[in-house]
Write a protein that binds this ligand. Sequence first.
Ligand code: SF4
Length: 67
Amino acid sequence: MSRTKAINEKCKDCIYDPAMPGSWRSQVEACTSEHSCALWPYRPITIETMHQRRSAPAPHPDDVDME
Ligand code: SF4
């Protein structure tokens, strides 16, 4: 299993509730555990958000967090 697939499966298992609205990706994208989960920056996002980010202008180097 690839790293990406493992993270996707972990997030889906963690938060996805089929009884709630939205796809598993949209529910994972809406995850609010930014400060408590190390996987948060790597969580899967929706295809729509992926396309929006790809078409957005690149951030200024001073705005990039290099941690
Ligand atoms: S990023 Fe959110 S959904 Fe994914 S494992 Fe962490 S807490 Fe769960």
